[in-house]
Ligand binder design. Structure first.
Ligand code: ZN
Ligand code: MN
Length: 497
């Protein structure tokens, strides 16, 4: 079916999309959800384990208070109600990287419920309703050896590392997002982007999508336009970049429409997203909740956060994201369009940090939205992962402001930064990039340019000052772009006066 995709414009003319997003956030607590094992990343396999997170007989779990605190703060930031009393539940299914044969999660009694997040999509505010945010634990990690793709298919054997088993997760589930129409891919992306910003501001997770500390499952269904009936959904699992969230929605919309147009029906299943070509492929049939035989966890006491504690935590929330965008726009003097582009590019916090590191808002915006955005796009990575930090961008701009380099040379400094050649100053020195404003060197280059372009020189002598541009260009070329263009112009006009 994937080879008969329906054109996106046609899809939105015929169908209404319904989105649903499930985002898992890995918390940055020091210890696991139900035991005292450390959560540090990258340890030797199976060294950060104990009888509880290995599911050994008789081991008893204890709830991590810091994880409950983080769950409540996330819930409050998402405008949720916080349960006065809630329980954990066992979600039963077999998977080799889950040693207990059940995941300790929450089912019908989540800690946070009924919230919303207002997201900004091309200057319009779109309210995404949150159904719930609940606490659960991560699984271990399987590595399949011997297959071509690292997948289980074709492997000779698999290895399991339980260091990740039991790390606290918060799963945030939206209600069906209706009415987004053609903007559905952008709404999905903006929601995940702004949720990530919120998580960063709360300081409860590393929030690295590329490292899996934020993972998005994208649910999508189509219904005939105006029918108001929800169609059968598919769930594309573990989408790990903002760009991929948008692409996964776009692809599934076109694929669903192709199946439906051909008179087929959508299979309720999970799907895998493929970065390389932006497609999805069939995973496993999606189980319904009853298949998991949820029941209340008998080894854990209920969680009953006092109202005093909840109010105390409300006092620790970061600035509301919508209010923050308005404040920054005012402080930076950005037009609505400049602000919209900055938010749309996922550059808001990068620009904010670059300004905090000393750059002017306009210069910070310029670098992130032009040169660095182009590089990120070419490399197929998020802007934040382009290989240049906000501090470095501010450092490059400092050199431009000091007239040590110009914008063109700055691009070569970014090349050096991405290649890991050192600080902006070191790269300018090592690559010999500094602008030459010394009259001796410039004067010789100007003389040469006049000599080789006598007709241009004559025009300038006749008062056609605009012709100087051609000579400036010749000098810049001669000096590999490193001449101080302003001084070159002065010298040309002096010499031809
Ligand atoms: Zn443990
Ligand atoms: Mn989950």
């Amino acid at each position: 079916m994937a080879d008969t995709l329906i054109d996106f414009d046609e899809v939105v003319a015929t169908y209404d999309p319904a989105l649903g997003l499930e985002v898992h956030v890995e918390l940055n607590t020091n210890t696991k959800m139900f035991c005292g094992c450390p959560t540090t990343f990258g340890g030797e396999p199976n060294t950060q384990v104990c009888p509880t997170c290995l599911g050994l007989p008789g081991a008893m779990p204890v709830v991590n208070a810091k994880a409950v605190e983080a769950a409540i703060r996330i819930g409050l930031a998402l405008n949720c109600d916080i349960a006065e009393w809630c329980r954990f539940a066992r979600k039963n299914y077999f998977y080799p990287d889950m040693p207990k044969n059940f995941q300790t999660s929450q089912y019908d009694e989540p800690i946070c419920f009924e919230g919303y997040l207002d997201v900004d999509v091309e200057g319009e505010t779109f309210r995404v309703e949150i159904e719930r945010a609940h606490m659960e634990e991560d699984t271990g990690k399987s590595t399949h050896i011997g297959g071509a793709t690292g997948r289980i298919q074709g492997a000779d054997h698999s290895l399991v590392d339980y260091n990740r088993a039991g790390i606290p997760l918060i799963e945030i589930v939206t209600k069906p997002i209706l009415g987004a129409g053609e903007k559905a891919p952008l709404v999905a992306r903006a929601y995940v982007a702004q949720l990530r910003d919120l998580i960063v501001a709360l300081g409860v997770s590393d929030a690295r999508m590329d490292q899996g500390s934020i993972r998005a499952d994208v649910n999508l269904s189509l219904s005939p336009k105006g029918s108001g009936v929800l169609g059968t959904r598919t769930e594309t699992k573990n989408v790990n970049s903002l760009r991929s969230v948008e692409r996964a929605v776009r692809f599934e919309m076109s694929r669903h429409a192709a199946v439906l147009d051909a008179g087929g029906s959508i299979l309720q299943e999970t799907r895998h997203f493929h970065e390389a070509d932006g497609t999805t492929s069939s995973g496993r049939p999606k189980s319904d909740a009853e298949d998991y035989r949820y029941f209340p966890e008998p080894d854990l006491v209920p969680v009953a956060p006092s109202r005093e504690w909840v109010e105390e935590l409300r006092g620790t929330l970061p600035e509301n994201p919508t209010a923050k965008r308005a404040r920054l726009q005012e402080e930076w003097g950005f037009s609505d369009l400049e602000m919209r582009d900055t938010v749309g590019a996922g550059a808001l916090s990068l620009v904010e940090e670059t300004v905090a590191a000393g750059a002017s808002p306009q210069s910070a915006r310029k670098w992130w939205l032009s040169d660095l955005a182009r590089r990120a796009n070419d490399a197929g990575v998020e802007l934040a992962e382009v290989g240049v930090t906000p501090e470095q961008v501010a450092g490059v701009q400092r050199l431009v402001d000091a007239k040590t380099i110009n914008d063109k040379l700055a691009r070569q400094v970014f090349d050096g930064l991405i290649a890991g050649e050192g600080t902006p100053e070191e790269i300018v020195a090592a690559r010999g990039l500094a602008v030459v404003s010394d009259d001796g060197a410039l004067s010789a280059a100007v003389d040469k340019a006049i000599e080789t372009n006598p007709d241009v020189a004559d025009k300038i002598r006749d008062g056609k000052v605009a012709a100087a541009g051609a000579l400036i260009g010749a000098v810049m070329k001669e000096m590999r772009g490193q001449a101080d263009a302003g001084r070159v112009r002065e010298l040309i006009l002096e010499k031809l006066a």
